[in-house]
Design a protein. Sequence first.
Length: 160
Amino acid sequence: MALKKPLVITNGQVQQIQAGDTLDASCNKVDVIACTNNNAGSIVIGSPVYPDAAGSVDLAKADAAATVEVLGLVKNVSITAAASGNIQTDGVLAATTGQWDAVTGDVGGLTAGSVYYLDPDTAGMLTTTGPTTTGDFVVRVGIGLSTTELEISIMPPIKL
């Protein structure tokens, strides 16, 4: 098999990478979307949200097709009702252990290596126990990297 050289753009021209050159490209851009909270109350950091019919976001829940499509997790500390805030759709979301406890119902923050799913019982919550009830949806939201960081990797819902 022949050795292949990557193509690069230099001064607007496409060319093969030259001997001795290296590629240096960061791939750590995080996507954040500004959205309006359509929930009657505040939505806190780390809460999973779905895009609703009004073009806003509300708390996601894994028990109905209408609320299961997770757009992302709230990036702001809190978004009050009818206010605009940021929703992070990928990358690493950092919050305090107490803030994660409010979203997981656990104590001590996230668990490194644990997969977090959209909760089918409480809107806006994450759980390490995937749903098992017929009619609920399994939605993987991310994986804990530490007690304070979650790698967001939202998967499409699977109906049980």
